[in-house]
Unconditional design. Structure first.
Length: 614
């Protein structure tokens, strides 16, 4: 080899070494400032580290003030206060200093993160609250309406229930996290200034950094992770070959051992999971089998899944999609039309199936949808109901984007009375008292003559008729219709049958206003909460400004509104029985047996209540 060739060879190896070194240095730790968090895999600092140095959607950047920022898809840019690589947690805050506002709409569904913290409720109040467990949030408060954060494990006293309204459910970090994050500057008001996210991206080995290496992606097109050691050059002189070979062999042996151990652990965990899952499925099947045996005296027809395929013509016409499955139009052999609800067996443990069949299967009432049969064929479960040609009430009262005709005030009153009679039957007409927990327009079905029928008993609770309270272990229902004593977990375990009366009241408000009830949030203070507007109009002796098509329409609207206000009282003891509500709705036109009750929406400002309803 000529001297020129030797020089060229060494120059080539030197350049290769430089390239190798540059690639490694590009994944060394980075930071936006000395006080800022150290940035390394799975994160990477934009424009300072190569794309392979971080996981997708974990890109950080620096602000003009040298703050560390991260973009959360659909939720915008937030600053990073701390990154805990040992426990895979990242603490974020709002660059404008109001993380509580960001928490209201924060979503991480399209990011590699999950929200980790304590479940809390934001309250909009009409006066100052001085309580130890209630945190005042300055950036959301006004002089007349302070906003507070309270843990959902805090018991809600009567003064909070009467003067405050929930505006959002959020997840701030735990108090211990804030104390460790802020040190001596910690205060309880800092609780809602940050949010903790966790990630579960796999690391490249716990000993990678101990061996002087850095984690990175092998290439930008795959998510395979490797440990790259920048301190070992690709070429070494002969006198170091033996030492390097021993080092490499030792590393290979350790790598193989760790790989075998990891594989063994993974296989063991998979086997244990499959056994646990199989046992859980088998236990659920046993429960359902016993339930079906107990169900025989009720005589609903049991169908096979093949029967369902035949009656729905291979599930040809889909009527709708719910939280636990899809509904299809079908026809029995005798020509009777039915609605077939096929449950998604990936959700729940069969409780919704047994719950609905056990409650609705024993009910025969003109205002409760009739269960004609069911399917429990292996893991396939379905419910067969009478077909309701006019679908659900929401299709007619929310007509802004619909070609369906608007119902007359007389028909609305008849529907309201029918729903109330259905609730009355559930509470008083059955052998046991049934609480529905999800009264809303989507669950009120209409037959050919627009007679209403209550449906969807998946959340229902059954209790002895002599008892008036039912124990629950979690919030049940749909936001906007949930009674406050259900929403605040301080009362969980002692929930009154008056919860359905509250939901019915919110349903009446939507029927009167032909619009969905809107909570007054800090993000949208220009719109008035419709129930509050109704109360203020009636309390001021004004009419509701409805367009009358027939004489007496205004009286019907007023009667529905007064009944709604009574049902929506925050204290359950202030709500009338559903039988009293029926008497009000059936009373003579122009007469209102119930006086106007106290304002249940007192926490909203008088300025907003004088505005026109949007």
């Amino acid at each position: 080899m000529t001297p020129k060739n030797v020089t060229a060879f060494h120059l080539f190896m030197f350049l290769l070494y430089l390239c190798h070194g540059d690639e490694g240095r590009s994944c060394s730790d980075a930071a936006c400032s000395e006080e800022g968090p150290s940035i390394r895999f799975p994160f990477r600092l934009k424009d300072r580290q190569a794309e392979s140095c971080g996981y997708p959607r974990c890109e950080l950047s620096c602000s003009e003030k040298n703050e560390t920022l991260i973009e959360i898809p659909k939720s915008g840019q937030v600053f990073v206060a701390k990154i805990d690589y040992d426990y895979q947690k990242i603490y974020i805050g709002d660059p404008q200093g109001c993380m509580a506002r960001r928490l209201i709409n924060l979503t991480v569904t399209t990011s590699p993160f999950t929200i980790f913290g304590d479940h809390s409720i934001l309250l909009n109040c009409s006066s100052r609250i001085e309580k130890q467990d209630v945190v005042h949030i300055d950036c959301l408060s006004s002089s007349n309406h302070p906003v507070y954060g309270v843990s959902d494990s805090t018991y809600m006293s009567q003064d909070l229930l009467s003067s405050c309204h929930p505006i959002a459910s959020v997840t701030p970090p735990y108090i211990d996290d804030i104390q460790s994050l802020m040190g001596e500057s910690y205060s309880v008001t800092s609780l809602y200034n940050f949010t903790k996210l966790s990630w579960e991206i796999p690391e490249c080995g716990s000993d990678c950094r101990d061996r002087g290496g850095e984690c990175r992606l092998k290439d930008n097109k795959s998510l395979e992770i490797e440990c790259f050691n920048e301190h070992i050059p690709p070429y070494e002189s002969p006198q170091h070959e033996e030492k390097s070979s021993g080092h490499i062999n030792k590393g290979v042996s350790i790598g193989i051992s760790v790989g075998i151990l990891t594989l063994t652990l993974m296989v063991t965990l998979i086997i244990l999971y499959l056994r646990s899952r199989r046992a859980e499925v088998e236990e659920n099947r046993k429960k359902i089998k016993k339930f079906l045996e107990d169900l025989r005296p009720l005589n609903p027809t049991r169908y096979s899944f093949a029967d369902l395929r035949k009656m729905t013509n291979e599930f040809e016409k889909k009527l709708g999609q719910g939280g636990y499955g899809s509904v299809f139009k079908g026809k029995l052999e005798n020509g009777v039309l039915v609605a077939v609800k096929v449950l998604d067996n990936s959700k729940g443990n069969g409780e919704d199936f047994t719950n609905e069949v056990s409650t609705i299967g024993r009910i025969y009432h003109v205002n409760v949808v009739r269960l004609l049969g069911y399917c429990a064929d292996g893991s396939d479960r379905a419910l067969v109901y009478e077909f309701m040609p006019n679908k659900s009430l929401d299709k007619f009262i929310f007509t802004a984007n619909s070609n369906r005709p608007k119902l007359s005030w007389g028909k609305l009153r008849d529907i309201a009375i029918g729903v109330a009679r259905g609730i009355e039957y559930l509470q008083q007409g059955c052998d046991e008292r049934i609480l529905h927990f999800d009264i809303k327009p989507q669950n009120i079905l209409l037959d050919m003559d627009f007679n209403p029928k209550i449906s969807d008993f998946g959340l229902a609770k059954v209790l002895p008729k002599k008892e008036s309270v039912v124990p629950i272990t979690a919030v049940r229902g749909t936001m906007g219709y949930i009674a406050p004593e259900v929403y605040f977990s301080g009362n969980i375990g002692n929930v009154s049958y008056k919860t359905d009366a509250y939901s019915f009241g919110m349903l009446l408000f939507e029927m009167v206003g032909s619009k969905r009830n809107k909570d007054l949030t800090m993000e949208n203070t220009s719109q008035v909460y419709f129930p509050q507007w109704v109360y203020n109009r009636l309390a001021g002796g004004e009419d509701l400004g409805i367009k009358e098509e027939k004489a007496g329409d205004a009286d019907i609207a007023k009667k529905l509104s007064v009944a709604a206000i009574w049902c929506a009282q925050w204290d359950p003891s202030d709500r009338p029985s559903i039988s009293t509500v029926i008497q009000v709705l059936e009373g003579r036109t122009g007469s209102l047996p119930l006086r106007l009750p106290p304002d249940p929406f007192a926490s909203l400002s008088s300025e907003e209540s004088d505005m026109n309803v949007p």
